[in-house]
Structures are given as structure tokens and as C-alpha cells.
Ligand binder design. Structure first.
Ligand code: NAP
Length: 295
């Protein structure tokens, strides 16, 4: 059993904490919105009202925060927790952020003799709840191996990607693939509808043919019911589309899908859809196509 300090009771962090507690770890949590702390106490986590209180005697300091701004507010600036963690602790950032921000974290932790892993996750609300995430990790391999006791309870698989920052990079590469599938299923269903095809039959084909993916199946099933219940909010997809472009620009590597995704996601967020699921990109596409995809 390890002493785990955790920050971030969002869609993902809440599920992660549940599985760390279930695995028998001694978990203490802080969240910016204090109301969420009451709920997490019910499942056996301890809570603190001041994040500095998390850092006294943790073996692992884990966090899953919204974006780079949150990391800057809590970890590298603002509360500045990276500079306050006690030496010997292992810090693990599970958020999706710019690899450059991840590198800034590493530098501060190194100065403080704290080991650091960038460990963003694939999967969404259900996988977080069920301990079935797919985690991509950068950092020292010995530290990665020492951290398996806290990574395994929240994941189906862990993928050691190499040096620090490689987890953050892999996450953006993977989210480019996710974005491309959401945009393509939106365009394909809109075209099919305009062309008079039965969308249930279209999805039957998409479920078995050599282009099938769980995203086509999941997003497709949702949009024909008009179900955009949030797992991965559209506002975070917009953030990721921007991160992918900034990241790719450093290598002059084309990511046309990310710029298309940004344009569509921004239109959705501006229309008030930001708290809906990222599949609301399909809503934006179908509106442009002049079709209603609900069957
Ligand atoms: P979320 O539900 O929006 O939760 C975000 C968390 O960050 C909340 O605990 C929030 O605190 C906290 N936060 C945001 N800004 C903050 C700030 N300035 N200071 C302190 N705390 C702050 O997001 P999520 O869906 O759990 O996602 C968390 C991370 O995982 C993101 O980087 C996301 O891209 C990534 N991710 C998400 C999914 C998904 O399907 N949802 C999948 C893979 C990866 P409050 O409670 O006070 O708002």
C-alpha cells in the first residue's frame, strides 16, 4: 500500500481515485472546487482543504488536471507545488498538456530531487471508472517500474514510451487519430444522410468492415440517438486540437486534421456546446450539411 496524494476530481480523476482506493492505497485528495471533496470521502479517500497539506509524506503525487493553465496555476506556478514536494516522492502528471509544459515540470522536480513521469491517458469516463485506461508514460524507466503499483489499478495497459516528455508527445499523436475519426464519422454520416442512405445500415457496415473502429461505433450509436452526454468534453477537444497544432509546428509536420478539428470544435464551443461530448463536432458538421442525424 502506498500513500498517494491526488489532485483533480474531474471526469477522469474521480474514476482514478476510486480505483486507487479500491486497490488499497491510502489516498488523499485536493480539488479546486471543494464541493467535490465531500463525494470522494464517501468512497474512502481522505481530503484536504489546502493543497500544500498533500505533500507532507506522500510516496506518489498524482494529478489529472484540465489543461496547461491548470498545471501552471497548481503545479509550476500559483500554488507552485512542484517546488514543495518532498524529495523522494514520485510525481505523476496524468493530464493532457503541451510537452513543453511537461518539460517545465520536469526541470522543477529535478531541482527538488523529485522523480517525475508524464503519464497522460487514453480512454474516457467509463475506462477511468473501470480502471481500464491506456497510459502512455515518459521518464526514467526505473521510476516507471516503481510506479506500476499506482498505474496498474487505473489502467488496462501501461506503455513506457522512453525519455521524459514522450508520454505527453504520444498523447497528442493519439488524439490526432481520435480527432480524425470523430470528424470523419461526422462527415460520412452527414453525406450518407444527404444521399438518402439509412444511417443504421451505414453503421452496421462501419461496425464490421476493414475501417471499423470503437470510435465510429460509439460516436455513431450516440449521434443517431441525439445523445451527446459528456465523456470527453468538446471544450477539451478544442484545447487538444490547438495543442496538436502547436506541437506539430515545432517539426513543420502537417496536421490538417487538427486545424479542421479546431475550426469545428470552436464553432461548437462558440455555439454553447463546449460542455457536451466531443462528438458534438458531428452536430456542427451535420448542421453545415443541412441534415438531422437523429434516426
Ligand atoms: P474535467 O472533468 O474538466 O476536470 C478537470 C479538473 O481540473 C477538475 O478537477 C478541475 O477542478 C481541475 N482544474 C481545472 N482548472 C484548474 C485550475 N486552474 N486550478 C485547479 N484545478 C483546476 O476534465 P477531465 O475530463 O477529467 O480531463 C482531465 C485531463 O485528462 C485533461 O487534460 C483531459 O484532456 C484529459 N483526458 C480526458 C479524457 C476524457 O475523456 N474526459 C480522456 C483522456 C484524457 P474543478 O473541479 O474545480 O473544476
Amino acid at each position: 500500500m502506498a500513500k498517494v496524494s491526488f489532485i483533480g476530481l474531474g471526469i477522469m480523476g474521480t474514476g482514478m481515485v476510486g480505483n486507487l482506493v479500491k486497490a488499497g492505497h491510502d489516498v488523499t485528495v485536493w480539488n479546486r472546487t471543494a464541493a467535490k471533496l465531500k463525494e470522494i470521502e464517501k468512497i474512502g479517500a481522505k481530503t484536504v482543504s489546502d493543497p500544500a497539506d498533500l505533500l507532507k509524506d506522500a510516496d506518489f503525487f498524482m494529478y489529472c488536471l484540465a489543461d496547461d493553465a491548470a498545471i501552471k496555476d497548481v503545479i509550476t506556478g500559483g500554488h507552485n507545488l512542484a517546488a514543495k514536494v518532498k524529495p523522494g516522492t514520485i510525481a505523476i502528471d496524468l493530464s493532457t498538456i503541451d510537452p513543453q509544459t511537461s518539460d517545465e515540470e520536469r526541470v522543477i522536480y529535478e531541482k527538488n530531487r523529485v522523480a517525475f513521469l508524464d503519464a497522460p491517458v487514453f480512454g474516457t469516463k467509463g475506462e477511468a471508472r473501470d480502471g481500464g485506461l491506456w497510459i502512455v508514460i515518459g521518464g526514467d524507466e526505473t521510476v516507471f517500474n516503481k510506479s506500476l503499483s499506482v498505474l496498474k489499478p487505473i489502467s488496462e495497459t501501461t506503455h513506457y514510451m522512453g525519455k521524459s516528455g514522450n508520454g505527453a508527445k504520444m498523447k497528442l499523436v493519439g488524439n490526432l487519430l481520435v480527432a480524425s475519426q470523430i470528424v470523419s464519422i461526422g462527415e460520412a454520416l452527414s453525406l450518407a444522410k444527404n444521399a438518402g442512405l439509412d444511417l443504421r445500415k451505414v453503421l452496421e457496415v462501419a461496425a464490421v468492415a476493414d475501417f471499423k473502429t470503437p470510435i465510429y461505433a460509439g460516436v455513431g450509436a450516440g449521434v443517431i440517438k441525439g445523445d451527446y452526454e459528456v465523456n470527453f468534453p468538446l471544450k477539451l477537444m478544442l484545447k487538444d486540437a490547438r495543442l496538436i497544432q502547436a506541437f506539430a509546428k515545432r517539426f513543420n509536420s502537417p496536421v490538417t486534421i487538427a486545424s479542421t478539428t479546431e475550426e469545428l470544435a470552436k464553432e461548437g464551443v462558440d455555439a454553447g456546446l463546449g460542455e457536451l461530448n466531443a462528438s458534438a463536432i458531428v452536430k456542427v458538421i451535420s448542421k453545415r450539411a443541412g441534415v438531422d442525424l437523429v434516426e
